[in-house]
Design a protein around this ligand. Sequence first.
Ligand code: TXA
Ligand code: MG
Length: 328
Amino acid sequence: MSQSQFVSKCTVDALAVAAQSLISGHLVAFPTETVYGLGANATDRGAVAKIYAAKARPTDHPLIVHILSMQAMGDWAEDIPAYAIALARDFWPGPMTLVLKRSPLAQDFITGGQDSVAVRVPDHVVALALLEAFSAVGGKGVVAPSANRFGHVSPTTAQAVCDELSSYLSVDDQILDGGPCAVGVESTIIDCTGSSPKILRPGAITAQMITESTGLDVVTPSDSNDAGKENIRVSGSLEAHYAPAAKVVLDQAPQVGQGFIAMATTTTPDGVIRLASPNKDVEFAQTLYASLRKADELGLSHVVIEQPTGSGIAVAIRDRLMRAANGR
Ligand code: TXA
Ligand code: MG
């Protein structure tokens, strides 16, 4: 099968076919506002096993259940604290994942054996239409990790999903094309199993936004002395992750023949290959993963990145860059 045969445009018919395909135990990659996800029926052990195989992901790394609305939180979680409800109200649909005490529906094969479950309502018309069609045929939730091989850069276009995974998909699997992702980095993951929210992975929903929504202080990865070391099973918090084949070097002068990513105000030295020149931090996030992929397409040995210094989504960008620089 050629790569392009996996990709479908998102017509109403295609979404109905995709929902049926999920119910039948096949994989459907789909766009979200953050990155593309590789979806499977969250209650189908065999289908979920296909995700782990396609990604070559260790099976004790838990998955995020994508749901249609906050009403479905109660299907997957129990003892939901009031502050988690406030967050869901304020930021869903949106780039935020809540980790909650799991219900019996959330089985070991999606939680990696942990007593918690991660849930999120994505903010993308295609993702929501797919979840709606899936719900119409009896589906409860779709688990979807980023649609990349384990440890690699997350895909932000359908073509990038194809490049990553087409060799590992079966004829009945498919990729829905919904254009490039608007946010470009993965959702903020918030542990809501304690008395106050704790950020496990920074993203577009920031600590300040969480405090404004809940009135509570937020524990951040730096407060807890690196969430990555603390909980190795949060794969997005491993020290080496999100990495291209090219070596990522931070905040150094780029050399001739090396790739370079920096804000538009920084000039490109002679002989250096400029991969992106974002004007704002949100644009930096939008273009980052595609730029890292471009570096690999060009066969570059090094990509030098001048990190954005701001707060907001720049925190998430620096988090991913630090891990990308730690290599694979
Ligand atoms: O933006 C996103 O979150 C994307 C899109 C597709 O929704 N998904 C995504 O999934 O980034 P993934 O699997 O690549 O990263 C999810 C992270 C992993 O690091 C996983 O370990 C963590 O969520 N996670 C899932 N369940 C968890 C749990 N119960 N406790 C702690 N961490 C959990
Ligand atoms: Mg991932």
